[in-house]
Design a binder for this molecule. Structure first.
Ligand SMILES: Nc1nc2c(c(=O)[nH]1)N[C@H]1C(S)=C(S)[C@@H](COP(=O)(O)OP(=O)(O)OC[C@H]3O[C@@H](n4cnc5c(=O)[nH]c(N)nc54)[C@H](O)[C@@H]3O)O[C@H]1N2
Ligand SMILES: Nc1nc2c(c(=O)[nH]1)N[C@H]1C(S)=C(S)[C@@H](COP(=O)(O)OP(=O)(O)OC[C@H]3O[C@@H](n4cnc5c(=O)[nH]c(N)nc54)[C@H](O)[C@@H]3O)O[C@H]1N2
Ligand code: SF4
Ligand SMILES: [Mo]
Length: 758
């Protein structure tokens, strides 16, 4: 038994709270977990989920420990790594040569806790000429990225912790977090009479219960409500006219559209009391600082991109950018959420469906269209890393058909997932506690952080960390080898300055620049203390960070120039509890705004706003709106595969209003049949007065197969969703607005809780 507490982080949401782990006598089990007080942002905080992480590391997860190859009969056989890498490399090359490189597709690159492998993937992509890629961001955040890119030239976040007024639009941070120590901060705000919380959500969430204003709108009507709020700011002369004149252009076009908004009618459409809307809007306008955070409730709902645009008017028209407690543009070790911000009629498109590519990502909802076609440029091979698209993307029926239609599917994962079961090759990685790992989701301000986590337990034989997998895939194609490494290793013996000089010489060749992560991994990597080769790519990232954010890095105490890059890298390597990388002045946000001016008018979106149709009100065929994929106390995407993790709501009940439950004659624990245009499932109901009548909610991440391939608890939400139910601009799915109906089930007659395609 070791008394030692080892620092690491929780991997179940993007916050990655610092934790400390005490191992059991076997040296493997996570006996005790506590919040890490030395972590720079979480400072000892965790939510309920982190404390049971042993279920990820040691639970019934279907853990992979050897590379697998599919046999013709669909079963898998274990193969050795050389065979696996050699065959995958040959197949990728062959498919690329035969059908064109645009037929190779990459998906994933990071979950909620692991992005270090994804930092090496670009070398593999360059090696095989992969041009198209996507990830989960392209089914949630690309609408917001596109809008910010066009208005500001940079993505933005909200500094909730110091805001006088925090506005949450389709976001329930009490459960989903999204900023550090969310529950503590929400409770503090809720208690403080000088501060206010505004929640826009059809559900009376835990966050809404702490709010001063809960605008409990009709599902899917956010665009009307937000347009009314923006219009109230204009009508009541609450806009920050001087600030807008100094920092923005396009105001006149925006005002033209907002002056025509029928405020009362739109509040009625959203079914929220006009006086409450007016009072909340005036509260926002009066505040010295306002933070607005939107998330899946609107980003996966009707008019999603337009809602991101109109929602931003709450902070733009009131002038809350680049000041404490408001919106900011963040620093970071790698760019995240940046896009060129092309207008609607220009910019890159996907090869088959012609869908708009934002932030380099093909919309997730068009991937199946890019495959299930006889178009010559259809994708033929897919490399999937750290993602579970057969479960997490819309329309699982169709995603399975798409994966089956490919000539080659390669999956890199820790577990035999729904997606891995459909692969030709499965490559096993160490868990996030068996290797160096990090995310790039740290977007804090003014002090931004980074946390390189050190391994806590040894990896089993047979697995390889993602950076090693990428290095081998690059080397198998003959693109890099000892001839490339030797001069860099020699330079390294003269010191890092000499190494930097030699490295810059090599990467001056654009073909080699793209292979930089593997060059670093094979040369600098082996010299790093504690077998931290996987951290090698962070050396370049640290120097880039100094170049891009010199003032923030200097204020954080690393000095300037080359020395600062080295100091920052050393701090990253040794800072096992996480470190501050930049300490910005609030003005730094302005330096990140393209041209220093915010462009308020986006013509296509203003035109859409000016011509909003009345929402559909015929509910005869589909009387309910289903939100497919709610975050709850025990959901964590599909990272946690062991159902034993959950101490409550084990099968993920369907939430329904009490009025609807009474009308159907069902009560808690009864089973109903839930049907959508795409599928049907049996599910246990939980009536609650948190829900509006007509609204239903299913949790995300349930309905996984268990480690033997059998069904596990709950309903997989995407058996019920459709790929073509999506945003017209960037293709994000409308999972929070799935038309549905319910029937009372007779379990004897209807059998076990199965899901069937309709
Ligand atoms: N516990 C837990 N936390 C997580 C995750 C997890 O799996 N579990 N996943 C992480 C990930 S990947 C993400 S992206 C975030 C997502 O975090 P959130 O977006 O906060 O999570 P959701 O619960 O999906 O949706 C938020 C809210 O949208 C509301 N909503 C539904 N329909 C509408 C509508 O029509 N209008 C409005 N305004 N609101 C609506 C729901 O009632 C819900 O309260 O959470 C992260 N954190
Ligand atoms: N209907 C509906 N669908 C949704 C949502 C919804 O609200 N409703 N939410 C969506 C959102 S916001 C998101 S972000 C996506 C998330 O969906 P995905 O992007 O598919 O990601 P995860 O479910 O987080 O799965 C991560 C994968 O990484 C694996 N893994 C864990 N650790 C490691 C590791 O160290 N190395 C490797 N290589 N693999 C590892 C896990 O086993 C798992 O297969 O789901 C989306 N799907
Ligand atoms: S799930 Fe909870 S403990 Fe884990 S990172 Fe998110 S907020 Fe922190
Ligand atoms: Mo997400």
């Amino acid at each position: 038994m070791t008394e030692q507490w080892q620092p690491s982080a929780c991997i179940l949401c993007e916050c990655n709270c610092g934790i400390q782990i005490q191992l059991g006598a076997d040296g493997r089990s996570f006996d005790k977990i506590r919040g890490d007080k030395l972590h720079p942002t979480s400072a000892g905080y965790t939510c309920n989920k982190a404390l049971r992480l042993d279920h990820y590391q040691n639970g019934r997860t279907g853990r992979l420990t050897a590379p697998l190859r599919r046999r013709p009969d669909g079963t898998f056989e274990e193969i050795d790594w050389d065979t696996a890498i050699g065959e995958i490399s040959a197949r990728l090359t062959e498919i690329g040569d035969r059908y064109g490189r645009e037929t190779l597709f990459y998906y994933g690159g990071g979950g909620q806790g692991n992005h270090l492998g994804g930092a090496y993937a670009p070398a593999t992509l360059a090696t095989y000429g992969v041009r198209y890629r996507s990830s989960a961001l392209a089914q949630e955040k690309t609408g917001a990225f596109w809008v910010s890119a066009r208005m500001l030239g940079t993505p933005v976040r909200a500094e909730v912790e110091h805001a006088e007024v925090a506005v949450f639009i389709g976001k329930n941070p009490y459960q989903s977090h999204g900023f550090p120590r969310a529950r503590t901060i929400l409770k503090q705000m809720g208690r403080d009479p000088r501060r206010s919380i505004v929640v826009i959500d059809p559900v009376r969430t835990e966050t809404a219960e702490l709010a001063d204003f809960h605008l409990q709108l009709r599902p899917g009507t956010d665009v009307y409500l937000l347009a009314a709020m923006a219009a109230i700011l204009v009508r009541d002369n609450l806009i920050a006219a001087d600030w807008l004149a100094a920092h923005t252009d396009g105001l006149a076009e925006v005002l033209d559209v907002l002056r025509a908004v029928p405020i009362e009618k739109y509040c009625a459409t959203a079914d929220v009391d006009l006086e409450l809307v007016t009072a909340a809007t005036h509260r926002i306008a009066r505040a010295a600082s306002v933070s607005v955070l939107e998330d899946l409730g609107v980003q996966m709902n009707r008019h999603s991109t337009l809602v991101s645009y109109v929602g931003s008017m709450l902070w733009l028209l009131t002038g809350h950018f680049a000041e404490p407690g408001s919106q900011y543009a963040f620093s970071g070790l790698v760019p995240l959420g940046h896009d060129r911000g092309h207008p609607a009629d220009t910019g890159p498109r996907s090869p088959v469906a012609g869908a708009r590519i934002v932030s380099g990502l093909v919309p997730c909802n068009v991937i199946s269209e890019e495959i299930l076609t006889d178009h010559p440029a259809r994708y033929r091979a897919m490399l999937i890393e750290t993602a579970n698209p057969a479960h997490s993307l819309a329309d699982s029926h169709r995603m399975r058909a798409a994966l089956a239609a490919l000539d080659l599917v390669v999956v890199i994962d820790v577990a035999m997932t729904e997606t891995a079961r459909l692969a030709d090759y499965v490559l096993p990685a160490p868990t996030q506690f068996e290797k160096y790992e990090a995310t790039f989701f740290n977007l804090e301000f003014p002090r931004n952080i980074f946390h390189l986590r050190h391994p806590v337990v040894p990896a089993p034989a047979g697995v390889l960390p993602e950076p090693e997998i990428h290095a081998r895939l690059v080397e198998a194609a003959g693109l890099l080898g000892e001839d490339d490494y030797a001069p860099l290793r020699a330079a390294l013996e003269q010191g890092r300055q000499a190494f930097a000089f030699a490295f810059l010489g090599v990467v001056a060749d654009p073909a080699k620049a793209k292979l930089a992560p593997v060059l670093l991994y094979r040369t600098l990597g082996p010299t790093l203390p504690g077998d931290a080769a996987a951290a090698a790519v962070l050396w370049a990232a640290a120097h880039n960070c100094v170049r891009k954010y010199p003032a923030g890095v200097e204020k954080a105490g690393y000095g300037t120039g080359f020395e600062a890059g080295e100091a920052l890298f050393e701090a990253i390597l040794s800072g096992a509890h996480g470190i501050v990388i930049t300490d910005d002045e609030h003005d730094a946000s302005w330096e990140r705004v393209r041209g220093g001016t915010i462009h308020l008018a986006l013509p296509e979106l203003l035109a859409q706003l000016a011509n909003l149709p009345e929402p559909e009100t015929d509910t005869t065929a589909w009387p309910f709106v289903l939100a497919a994929g709610e975050r709850r106390a025990f959901t964590a995407n599909t990272i946690m595969r062991d159902d034993g993790w959950r101490t409550r709501d084990a099968s993920g009940a369907l939430h329904i209003s009490r009025a609807d439950a009474d009308e159907l004659g069902v009560s808690a624990g009864d089973t109903v049949r839930l049907t959508t245009q795409r599928g049907s499932a049996q599910v246990r109901v939980e009536p609650t007065d948190r829900m509006r009548p007509g609204h239903l909610s299913l949790p995300n991440g349930l309905g996984l197969t268990d480690s033997d391939g059998g069904p596990a608890a709950g309903v997989a939400p995407n058996e019920l969703t459709s790929y073509d139910h999506r945003d017209e601009w960037v293709g994000t799915p409308w999972h929070k607005f799935v038309p549905a109906r319910l029937e009372v089930c007779d379990p004897e007659r209807d059998g076990a809780a199965t899901v069937v395609a309709s």
